[in-house]
Each structure stands twice: as C-alpha cells, then as structure tokens.
Design a protein. Structure first.
Lengths: 114, 115
C-alpha cells in the first residue's frame, strides 16, 4: 500500500465549476500537508500549505485536512481554463533536524473546459 | 518570494557524456536542497537530499557515483549525471527549503535526453 493515494484522473469539468481534489494517506505521523500545481513540462508550484488539521482559504482555493480520517482535500471555486494542470498533494512528518522529506501523491490531471 | 532557478531547462547529449544541472535559490538561503526525478505521467521520486556543506543523502536504489550532488553554498546545489545513458533520460527537478519543516519550493526542471 502506498503511503499517499491520489486518483490520477483525468478530471474534466466545465468552466466555473467547483473542483474537488483529494488524497488519502496511511501514516498518522504526517503533520504538514501541501498542494502543488504542475503545468506540463514545468516544476511544481506551491498552492497551499497547512499544518495539522483544519481549513485554509486563499482566494479561489480552499485546503482541508482531516487527520482523524487521514484525508485531505483541495477545492477550487469558479474554475478557469488556466487551472488546467496536474495537482499534486504532498505531506511530511515532523522532523527535529533540517530536512522534511515530502511524500507525494501521483497527481490528478485536471482539465477545465471553456 | 521563494524563487528557485534551475539551469539548463533542456539538455540533449550523446551517451557516455556527463551532464551538470544547477539549482539556485534566488531570494533565500537554502539550507536543504532536494533532487527529484519524474517520469511521464508519474509523480516525483526523491533521489537525494543535500544540506549545505555536507554529503548528500541518497534514497535507496539511487547510485551516488552515478548522480553526484554538490551543495557548496547556501544558494547553489548541482547534480551531475556521470556517463549518462539513454535510461537516464528523464525530467530532473530540484527543490529548496530554508527552514526546517517549511514548504519546499521547486525549480522548473531540466529535461534530459540521452541519445
């Protein structure tokens, strides 16, 4: 079993729709949860960063973490064609040292149709 | 803020040559840099972690003599693929972090093609 599971999609939605992207994980030691957006042939771009459980909102994006269910979500409101990309969830344990190894999901390919 | 620059963005070279990829943090001091490899439609696979002034820590299955990593300063890390072969063709991405348990910021990757 992978430590982080993410539906690879593809997920196709019409412009303006609300998009829900999800990841599940197995290791309760994860404390930091991130969502990255990756356009084709580019590096991942950090969208949201959350520590422990709860919600975080930034513009059209909302990240939710439910540690009791080991489940994280990213919601995109009023989706735009420019949101079309691969969305990667990532998480890490708490380290006392200087490194925080990220464990990534496989990414969900999102296509927003105009 | 938190800009990471990676160079070159694209390399095509013959089998047997060595290729160096640079990763720079432009507006922060990167105490730790990470090197990843990504195959088409797959997620990022961590290859190694490097701390400034220390030897890199390689993930299981990654040959340290094949993938040489140097992190000589707080703003620069390099990955050298030695004696590259076609199976080394991939998308290599670096990331950097300045503070423990803060998010990693990624470069735009280097697409390496070995003929």
């Amino acid at each position: 079993q992978k430590e982080v599971e993410q539906d690879p999609g593809p997920l196709s939605v019409p412009e303006g729709a609300i998009v829900s992207l999800n990841c599940t994980y197995s290791n309760s030691a994860f404390q930091y949860f991130m969502w990255y957006r990756q356009y084709s042939r580019k590096g991942p771009e950090l969208l949201m960063y959350t520590y422990s459980s709860g919600n975080k909102e930034d513009g059209r994006f909302t990240a939710q973490v439910d540690k009791s269910s080991k489940y994280i979500s990213l919601f995109i409101r009023d989706s735009q064609p420019s949101d079309s990309a691969t969305y990667l969830c990532a998480m890490s344990r708490v380290y006392g040292g200087a490194t925080n190894k990220l464990i990534f999901g496989t990414g969900t390919l999102l296509a927003v149709q105009p | 803020g938190a800009v990471v620059s990676q160079h070159p963005s694209r390399v095509i070279c013959k089998s047997g040559t060595s290729v160096k990829i640079e990763c720079r943090s432009l507006d922060f001091q990167a105490t730790t840099m990470f090197w990843y490899r990504q195959f088409p439609k797959q997620s990022l696979m961590l290859m190694a972690t490097s701390n400034e002034g220390s030897k890199a820590t390689y993930e299981q299955g990654v040959e340290k003599d094949k993938f040489l990593i140097n992190h000589a300063s707080l703003t620069l890390s390099t990955l050298t693929v030695t004696s590259a072969h076609p199976e080394d063709s991939s998308f290599y991405i670096c990331s950097a972090t300045g503070v423990a348990n803060q998010p990693q910021h990624f470069g735009d990757g280097t697409r390496l093609s070995i003929l």
